[in-house]
Ligand binder design. Sequence first.
Ligand SMILES: *Cc1c(COP(=O)(O)O)cnc(C)c1O
Length: 356
Amino acid sequence: MSYDVTRKILAVESYKPVSGECDIHLDANESFIDIFREAPYLADKIADEIKNISINRYPDPYASGVTAAFSEYYGIPEKYLTAGNGSDELISLIIGALLQKGETIVTLSPDFSMYAFYGSISEVKVHQMKKEDNLSVSIPKLIEYCNNNSVSAVIFSNPCNPTSLGVSRSDIIKLVRNLFCLVVIDEAYMDFWGLENSVADAVEEYDNLIVLKTCSKSMGLASARTGFAVAGEKLTKVLRTVKSPYNTDGLSQAAVKAVLSEKNLLKANTERIIESRKSLNKALIGLAEKYDRLDKVYESVTNFVLVKTSHAAEIQKQLMERSISVRCAGNGYLRITAGSEEENKALIDALEDILK
Ligand SMILES: *Cc1c(COP(=O)(O)O)cnc(C)c1O
């Protein structure tokens, strides 16, 4: 017997995290703050919560405890929230379950690669609309494309990974108002820009809007795989119906709930990350002024900085040789996550050394 893998799967390009051992990880947009090490009392609190779990029982299918804590943290009513195993699972669920095979989704380019990835697994047509030359998004062009091409859903990140740029709240609302299809706005990095730019509070008014949130970035909980979909009651009912019953595990539910109750710590950590990004952004702009091989550094509103350079692959390799990982984003860009003060300094020193 020889099993033939279906054609759709042969066409799927797997997500490739930067591989190889290294000391300084600036490639995955994680938080550089390890709260278990920095706040041992919190690690102990979580350990106690976990000891109280009935590990032989299935967890709460609606993750009520962590959902209530998330609702409280952002001021989003629980009835609009669906918990997921990271927002990645929710992207997969939205594309795989809300759309039908052969329907068209529109995403932007460059943007998060997972939208097209889940689209191809679900046999959904993916149209990647190119951004403007300065990497901004033309909302009028997006509206025109969607309304002329029977598009079923639009999905993109705001602020964007990898461009690090944001689309204003008024532009997003304009998009949602002018489209009849589903609009999914992935706000993984919104905490770094400012919640006044979020459209999460608009789901009550617009029943075609889903906003995705994650605990992986500003909260520093990437290992606990927890994200949320924010949507009006109709779409929330659908998402809760189609999700797998126990999609978030009991250990993560307990851990994330405990961390979410530490509002002050989370706000302070978000501020620390923003400060780090500002200083990284500034230092990289300094290098770009000095060295022609860096073409442009974008003004980031996220926890990473995008650098335009036609030498991206070679610089990434030379940084890796110095045990620093950064990510090549598309053709001709480096995406560098803000690290601790020492990590940023090590990166800038290494870049000087490579570029001089
Ligand atoms: C990091 C990231 C996420 C978060 O994924 P999780 O599965 O919640 O860890 C979602 N969207 C974008 C654009 C990201 O960069």
